[in-house]
Design a protein around this ligand. Structure first.
Ligand code: TXE
Length: 516
């Protein structure tokens, strides 16, 4: 179908702006500056200045001020949800899920930051004359670079963590969906949090690259694998840490004792919520022989019941495709799969009419060599493959360069856990889909080409800080300690005897004898 409007944001070189269109009907939503090096650098410098005063505040004060973001989000919920719906074409429910993820993260971290970031005392196992503790020191300016699929939840989750930890943030939203984050910034500013402390720079990949080069102390990046490699290399050059969250190919293993209705509904939700544009979407179903046929029938029936359309109405299940390129990708996968013997059980096409809509699609008779089973789809396409048993399912699930998320369905909790523990992924969910992302206290991130580092969780909040180890004196060592100059034969012998007594793996009495 010919595009009735620009497939992605159009740039206007004369004024250096990005024009944003709604995927619902192509209407023009607004335009934002395409920022270059100088603007980005200036934003980071302003952020650095604001951060110095912010970092001096007690953690409780910072948490209390960030908690006001919850009030602003509650107060202006509809405004924010509408912004997401218009810019992404997703149903209100999907937009609300983004809102909840941010507000709940804010709720959790503002309540627990004092505990998570408290100085941690370390008992030294040998150096009993000294004591240690770790203090979590704000890093400075954190760069958050985010994609278009969750334009509110992905950047704002990290923005909240960075701020509570005492940092400033400069965030670069996707060029496809910059307006949502600008709206969120408007709400954050209204809480009285200093405007320079959280800034949004708009633009494309070059703007993102400029941000990494602008003297930031850490980068939290979510996006495609190839961009992630470039971001990782740029951070390595500058010796700054980064979190790379690079997408997935989540398998769903349906064991032969799975509950058919629950599994089918979860497949449909996991495959078509957000039009399948989630890095944790169900991207391949591995159904054991015993349940395959019943599961396929139910998944297809439920998929046909989905109501797709203008997401501004409340009774729509599946909305538009956010980024036009994803429709080409979906079509290419379907074409390849059909050429290799798959069946399009339902869906399979773009929907005619205005807007970027792709039918929820179920492919059956899939096999591992099909691209749809190997590469990220990031669209409303669910391929199903029949496997002999769990063994084969686990082998195929792990035969992937990606390892972000996975799902196991079984009535037997012990069995499900045994399967889950064999899957190579950052998160494995049992008997449910997607909601694990909404648990701020649990780590989220991948292994293999899905990237490294974690967002969410207490560890991730601490990782927004430098761990400063402070080592102090409990008892003063004598000035003629063997650790201080001058070295002498007597000191050396004393040290040698002590070390042997300490590390010799024999009973205590024998070791004490060494000291004599
Ligand atoms: O992501 P990109 P895109 C997958 C999905 C999709 C593919 C590409 O399969 O087809 O990734 O999506 C900025 N230095 N995911 O093109 O290009 C860029 O401006 C600094 C998975 O949207 O990776 C944007 O803000 N910044 C994913 C952000 O990075 C750079 C979600 C992501 O852009 C940069 C979306 C660079 N060198 C798509 N290159 C997920 N993991 O959830 C790009 N950017």
């Amino acid at each position: 179908m010919a595009q009735a409007f620009p497939a992605s944001p159009t740039t206007t070189p004369a004024t250096r702006t990005l024009v944003v269109h709604s995927p619902i009907d192509g209407s023009r939503l607004g335009e934002v500056p395409l920022m270059g090096d100088a603007e980005v650098r200036a934003a980071v410098e302003r952020a650095r200045t604001a951060q110095r005063a912010w970092a001096q505040l007690p953690i409780e004060t910072r948490a209390e001020r960030v908690a006001r973001v919850i009030d602003a989000f509650v107060e202006r919920l509809d405004e924010l949800v509408d912004a997401v719906v218009l810019e992404t074409g997703k149903p209100r429910n999907d937009a609300l899920a983004e809102w909840i993820t941010v507000v709940d993260a804010c709720h959790y971290f503002t309540r627990h930051a004092g505990r998570i970031l408290a100085d941690t005392s370390i008992t030294l196992h040998h150096m009993k004359w000294r004591g240690s503790y770790v203090a979590y020191v704000p890093m400075g300016v954190i760069a958050v670079i985010s994609p278009w699929n969750l334009p509110l939840a992905i950047p704002m989750g990290s923005v909240i963590e960075a701020l509570i930890a005492g940092n400033a943030v400069v965030a670069k939203p996707s060029e496809v969906t910059p307006l949502t984050l600008l709206k969120a910034k408007e709400l954050v500013d209204a809480t009285g949090i200093p405007t320079d402390l959280f800034q949004v720079v708009t633009g494309d990949a070059r703007t993102g690259a400029a941000l990494i080069d602008a003297g930031v102390q850490k980068v939290v990046f979510t996006g495609g694998v190839s961009s992630g490699r470039r971001v990782g290399a740029a951070c390595a050059e500058r010796l700054i840490p980064c979190v790379l969250e690079l997408g997935g190919k989540a398998p769903l293993i349906a064991c032969d004792d799975c509950e058919i209705e629950r599994t089918a509904r979860s497949i449909v939700a996991g495959g078509f919520i957000n039009s399948g544009q989630l890095c944790i979407s169900v991207e391949r179903v591995l159904a054991t022989e015993a349940v395959h046929d019943r599961l396929v029938d139910r998944v297809v029936a439920l998929t046909r019941e989905l109501r797709q359309g203008d997401p501004r109405a409340d009774d729509v299940d599946v909305g538009a495709i956010i980024f036009a390129k994803q429709m080409d990708i979906a079509e290419a996968h379907i074409e390849d799969a059909v050429a290799r013997g798959a069946l399009v059980a339902t869906g399979g096409r773009r929907r005619p009419g205005p807007g970027m809509f792709f039918e929820p699609t179920v492919l059956t008779r899939c096999t591992p060599e099909m691209t749809v089973m190997r590469e990220e789809i990031f669209g409303p396409v669910v391929p199903i493959m029949k496997v002999r048993d769990e063994e084969e399912a686990v082998r195929i699930a792990n035969d992937s360069p990606l390892g972000l998320h996975a799902y196991v369905f079984s009535r037997d909790k012990t069995r499900a856990r045994a399967v889950a523990e064999r899957i190579e992924a950052g998160t494995v969910m049992i008997n449910d889909v997607l909601v694990s992302y909404c648990a701020p206290e649990a780590p989220f991130g991948g292994i293999k080409n899905s990237g490294y580092g974690r967002v969410h969780s207490d560890d991730s909040l601490r990782a927004m800080c430098y761990a400063r180890h402070v080592n102090y004196e409990r008892f003063a060592m004598p000035l003629n300690s063997p650790l201080l100059f001058p070295y002498t034969t007597a000191k050396f012998r004393g040290m040698r005897a002590a070390i042997r007594a300490t590390f010799k793996r024999t009973p205590l009495l024998g070791r004490l004898a060494d000291l004599l």
